[in-house]
Design a binder for this molecule. Structure first.
Ligand code: AMP
Ligand code: ZN
Length: 150
């Protein structure tokens, strides 16, 4: 693994949080990541996990950064869940691109505690499988496989 050389962007709100120029309700931090309460509190305990280097989205991660960030998420998720015994599940959401609801372009993972199917979080997965045959699936499979690089 190469040495971690963080790069921060002066115009980025999450880089300002990393530097301490903007306050945050930090729940965990180490040399690689910071986790703090999302100001919106979509559900109580809604927490963001960010790498302590400016990467705009998931497409900009190298393997070392991904290993470091993903390795820390379960530990933080467990602590968020343990903080309230009413939490019975959790959605972990990572938005990439404004079309995918990304509004802050410093990559982050939402840890969204779930309390019931009537709390304030919703996701819709439409089942389009009736529109796909084996040829369609194979074409998609091959298009993705040919682009796998580190
Ligand atoms: P996304 O829409 O996936 O890019 O999520 C960005 C999130 O950052 C939103 O849920 C905002 O509520 C949250 N957010 C923006 N500014 C702050 C801030 N200063 N402190 C904590 N959360 C923030
Ligand atoms: Zn940033």
């Amino acid at each position: 693994m190469t040495a971690f050389e963080p790069k921060l962007d002066d115009d980025c709100i999450f880089c300002k949080i990393i530097k301490g120029d903007i306050p945050s309700y930090t729940v965990y931090e180490d040399d690689m990541v910071k986790a703090f309460l999302d100001i919106s509190q979509g559900t109580p305990g809604h927490t963001l996990v960010i790498p302590k280097t400016h990467v705009p989205d998931i497409f900009a991660y190298d393997t070392d950064l991904a290993s470091a960030v993903f390795a820390r998420i379960p530990k933080i998720a467990r602590a968020v869940k343990a903080a309230d015994d009413k939490i019975i599940g959790m959605n972990i959401v990572n938005n990439n691109g404004s079309v995918a609801y990304q509004s802050v372009f410093h990559s982050h993972f939402h840890l969204i505690p779930r309390y019931s199917d009537k709390d304030d979080f919703r996701m819709i997965f439409k089942d389009n499988s009736k529109n796909y045959d084996e040829t369609d699936y194979t074409k998609l499979q091959n298009a993705i496989k040919t682009h796998l690089t580190d």
